[in-house]
Structures are given as C-alpha cells and as structure tokens.
Design a protein around this ligand. Sequence first.
Ligand code: MG
Length: 258
Amino acid sequence: MNHNESMEREGKVAFPLLSSHNGTAALKRFLERHNYPALTPKAVLFDMDGVLFDSMPNHASSWAKVCTNFGLNMTPEEAYMHEGRTGEATIQILAQRYWKRPATAEEMEQIYEAKCRLFNACPEAPKMEGAAEVLKEVKNLGLTIAVVTGSGQQSLLQRLEDNYPGIFRPELIVSSKDVRHGKPNPEPYLLGLERTGLKPWEAIVVENAPLGVQAAVAAGIFTIAVNTGPLPESVLLQSGADLLFPSMTALAEALHKA
Ligand code: MG
C-alpha cells in the first residue's frame, strides 16, 4: 500500500474532516459498527429540506394546520419528527392514533392535497444558510454530489438549479417518486448509492431529520447530522448520526478548516 492509499484508507485524502479530532473517533466507531475495512468517500448524498433549503418551518406549519383541521392533532414540533416520511405514511400514523382506523385513499389524497396547497401558498423557502459553502467545499474535494429527498415536488430540479447553479445533475437526484418506501426505510439512500455506482463505504450523507438519519444509517452510510430545526441534538444522535453539527454553516467551517 502506498502512502496515498494508506491516507485514503483513513479517509484523509478524500474527506479531511474525518481526520479532525471528532472525525477520527466517529470514523473508528463507524468502521467497527459496520465491519468495513475503510471509508473512502467518493460522493456526498444531501437531503434537501432542512439541509439545502430552509423549508422545514413551512412544511411543519402546513402539516400541523391541515392535519389538525381534519381532526388529526399535530403540532409543528411533531411534524419535525415525521420529516422524511412519505405524506401517506404520516397520515396513516395519525389516523390510527386519532381515528382508530386507517385513512382511506380518498382521505389521504384530500389531506395531502390540502397540505400541498397550504405549503405552496407559503413564501418560497430560502437557501439554507451555509449550504452553498458546504457544496463548494465538497466540490473542491472532487466528490460527486447527489440529492436524496422525500420531496416529490415537480419543480424540484429547477429550484435546485436556480439556487445552486451547476452543482446538481438530474440523474443524481432521488425523489419520493423514485422509491416505494420513504425514510426511515433505507431504500432512498440505497437508490442514491445505486445511481452514483458506489458502495455504502464510499459515500457520506448529510441529513437534518431523525428519520432521515435512520434511513442513511440503515443503508450503512457514514451520516453527518446538521441540527437545523428545533429538535434536541439527542434525537439525532439516538437515530445513529456519526457526527453532528449545529448548522450547515458550522459544517462548512469544519470542512474548510480540515
Ligand atoms: Mg430534511
């Protein structure tokens, strides 16, 4: 093994953050847990809502308002706990809890449509602070950039392109339309690996939601959580996050320093 290979084995060349104080310990735990010989990142898979766009306040308030109107009491805080689930899965959990029966296909459609109407009436969510800097650092490292989102909005690709020109490739975007099972199922992240042609030990995930972290961890990928919402850090750590940052800005700074 030459010097470069041995550096890469420790994640030093491809993703210098892993050589930092916290990174080294997190990497060791990760390799032991999955029984991988090395982590050699070639791509970063980004979640979208709450990572690339500061869209979660709009999602959470829309969900809470619409569900409560239908007799399915939901607070915005609870909406953050469901983030990443498909709309249908979220509605079914609430229907069982409050109606003591499954929601019908018609009810699910009604509620989901009402949620989308309200969400679309919200002012367009801004870019997440620090996200452009994170993308720049990742691009400078020569890593592939992909998106794995539970969202299925038609305008998704255009929005990504408008806000982050030249960063994303359409074939490297996994949306809710591409999968049968939403997060916390690993399917979206496994598809992300398939699209990038990589193994779990060749990618890194950036996620903000507990269920998203669970999905990435279940897919066997090193997962960086960014706590951009109101949940306590412990929720993200308990979901299995390998590293945690309080914001995308903090992650950008750590990447820049590493
Ligand atoms: Mg998210």
